[in-house]
Design a protein around this ligand. Structure first.
Ligand code: FMN
Length: 183
């Protein structure tokens, strides 16, 4: 929080994207895990997710999930979500307005599953029961069907908030451009 503050909106936006890049590469980055909020049309829902990759040209973050999960179902009918990230080291919160789309087939999914399937994380996508099913025993069962899916989160707007002893600042980066807003 004691780093010199970036003064210009353009340099703040550039720094936000480079921190997002760092987050998908560095497991220790505070933005590696964020909270993804969605809705089922009636109620809000939210959960922690890991940011796995970033396609800067497409402005899209990738999240791995079980294709049968509640978040997957919710995004089919209600694709607009919000991803909230906080870094104490940066003093920065991001609220990313995202358009979500679930990919269950195609090269992006199969190549990522090929890398994952030999790792312990593969268990997460091999349960015979959908996430949230009532079970007799808490530890996961392993089935043979793969339910791995890639949730694409296209960033349509960035709401940046900096907490700082000399005064908090907030800015929006979206299709209308860059602008300061009251924090
Ligand atoms: C630190 C952490 C990281 C997580 N990362 C993911 C993830 O990347 N993908 C995922 O589907 N669930 C992840 N989870 C589990 C979700 O938070 C959630 O419990 C689960 O996906 C079911 O959510 P849903 O019923 O809303 O779909 C993570 C949980 C924690 C605590």
């Amino acid at each position: 929080m004691n780093e010199p503050r970036l003064g210009q909106l353009a340099e703040i936006e550039t720094a936000v994207w480079s921190e997002l890049f760092a987050a998908v590469r560095d497991k220790g980055h505070a933005w590696r895990v964020g909270v993804l909020a969605t809705t089922d049309g009636e109620a809000a829902d939210a959960r922690s997710v890991v940011l796995r990759d970033l396609d800067a040209a497409a402005r899209t973050l990738l999240i791995y999930t079980d294709a049968r999960s509640a978040k997957a179902r919710q995004t089919e009918r209600h694709p607009r979500g919000t991803l909230v990230l906080w870094s104490d080291a940066l003093g920065w919160q991001l609220r990313l307005r995202v358009n979500l789309s679930l990919q269950t087939t195609g090269l992006a999914v199969s190549s990522r599953w090929a890398q994952l399937k030999m790792t312990p994380a593969a268990h997460d996508y091999l349960s015979p029961l959908p996430p949230g099913s009532t079970v007799e025993h808490p530890l996961p069962q392993r089935g043979s069907r793969v339910h791995f899916a890639v949730l694409e989160a296209e960033i349509v707007a960035i709401d940046w908030l900096e907490l700082h002893a000399e005064g908090h600042r907030r800015a929006i980066f979206d299709a209308r451009g860059r602008r300061w807003v009251a924090p």
